[in-house]
Design a protein around this ligand. Structure first.
Ligand code: ATP
Ligand code: MG
Length: 400
């Protein structure tokens, strides 16, 4: 009996004319996600993706099924058995495919759906007949139509029939890339990885930028950030990280600007550098992990002043979330344990004792003028390097 993964599409089924391009993107994302486990055929019909193993180890389908739970654009998934469209085959398939589940459960019901209207039985007939046959084979079972422990689902579709147990939730959202591309400001903290997850869920493909200030920040702090990016890739797909050297800019801020303005000016510089990078790389928005009022740099005033230095929309998906909610989500997406590793972030290097809660833009602009903020931003931008790619020299070696 062949196991087939059925993935139900969510909002993208509503997208009318764009539907084909959304589906294609989703199929591409899914293919990249599950190809490490084996070779699969992915087909789309009737708002469902059908994933069938062509080659690979015994556990390939189970692993693909689990991984499909991370792919945005899928609302529900079930592991199904495919069979011919006649009642005998459906009965045999249900009894054997769900045998273990029938044995364990105390209550069940049969649910049926029939998109092939030529099938000779109506859905109530399928439900009743199969329900009776299941009870005959598993007399310990009781039918409970309201709260069954197990639902045996039969779907009679155009090309075949499918039997499965309860479906599991999918990741929801929209296929990564379907909403465009954006630049994520990725620190090593708890919040920005969660922000990445939330915006990827709405269909943005992400590139990350990380600011570091060696020797005040360590090699290990950088590695932690790269590890976070890697861990996010199960949701985001490929997530390249640009690393921007920020020491010079931070030292200049410390030497020139009043302490109470350090943070806001530093954050504005980050936004400037990020805007330059986004422009060059064709990324339409910036994303941060800010949450209103969480720290001094995230008051309404500070955010307003910071925003002015970005040249494109800044998405802050955590803006209305409590820390506890953010922590819960970071546990769920499995970034929490990395985020709490105690390596310093460049933000914490020259933290003022009393940051201004209501910074004034006019004053900030004056200090930035004295600082030469624009030149500092451009220098930092020029020195940005993509992480994990061989240096020029190594590349040449490799070419030889
Ligand atoms: P996080 O937990 O994401 O670090 P936070 O609550 O510690 O956030 P801040 O340190 O003020 O808050 O940072 C706010 C946001 O600014 C971060 O969520 C991130 O998007 C961005 N950010 C901060 N530091 C860096 C950095 N070193 N590199 C890139 N982005 C950064
Ligand atoms: Mg931080």
């Amino acid at each position: 009996m062949e196991k087939i993964i059925l993935l139900k599409l969510g909002e993208i089924a509503l997208k009318g004319l764009n539907r084909a391009s959304f589906e294609n993107r989703l199929m591409g994302n899914l293919r990249r996600r599950i190809s490490p486990f084996g070779k699969f055929e992915i087909r789309s019909a009737q708002s469902t993706l059908y994933v069938r193993k062509l080659a690979g180890p015994d556990d390939a389908v189970d692993r693909a099924f689990e991984a499909a739970g991370d792919v945005f654009g899928v609302v529900a998934r079930s592991m199904a058995a495919e069979c011919e469209k006649n009642y005998g085959a459906i009965r045999e398939t249900a009894l054997s495919f769900l045998a273990e589940r029938f044995t364990e459960a105390a209550t069940f019901k049969v649910d049926a759906r029939r998109s092939d209207k030529r099938f000779p039985m109506t859905t109530p007939e399928i439900m009743e007949t199969l329900g009776g046959d299941i009870l005959e084979k598993y007399p310990h079972l009781r039918v409970d139509v309201h709260h069954p422990e197990l639902t045996c689902m039969v779907e009679v579709r155009d090309h075949a029939a499918y039997v499965h147990g309860d479906q599991l939730p999918g990741a929801g959202g929209m296929p990564v890339g379907s909403a465009g591309e954006a630049l994520l400001l990725l620190s090593g903290g708890i919040d920005s990885p969660v922000a990445a997850y939330m915006m990827a869920k709405r269909g943005l493909a992400l590139t990350a930028v990380h600011f570091e200030s060696p020797p005040y920040t360590s090699e290990r702090a950088r590695e932690k950030v790269l590890a976070l990016a890697k861990r996010l890739e199960r949701f985001t797909g490929r997530l390249p990280v640009w690393v921007v050297p920020f020491t010079e800019a931070q030292l200049a801020i410390r030497d020139v600007c009043p302490e109470e303005y350090f943070t806001v000016i530093m954050r504005r510089l980050m936004m400037r550098v990020a805007s330059l990078l986004a422009e060059r790389e064709g990324l339409g928005a910036l994303i941060t992990g800010e949450s209103l009022g969480q720290v001094a740099s995230q008051t309404l005033h500070a955010i307003a002043v910071t925003d002015k230095s970005a040249d494109r929309p800044v998405f802050r998906p955590l803006i209305g979330m409590d820390k506890e909610e953010i922590v819960q989500l970071s546990r769920r997406i499995d970034t929490y344990d990395l985020s709490i590793l105690p390596y310093e972030d460049c933000c914490t290097v020259f933290t003022p004792r009393h940051p201004r809660l209501k910074p004034r833009l006019s004053e900030v602009l004056e200090w930035e003028e004295k600082l030469g903020a624009e030149a500092l931003a451009e220098a930092a931008y020029r020195d940005a390097k993509i992480a994990g790619e061989p240096e020029e020299e190594e590349k040449r070696d490799a070419d030889l």
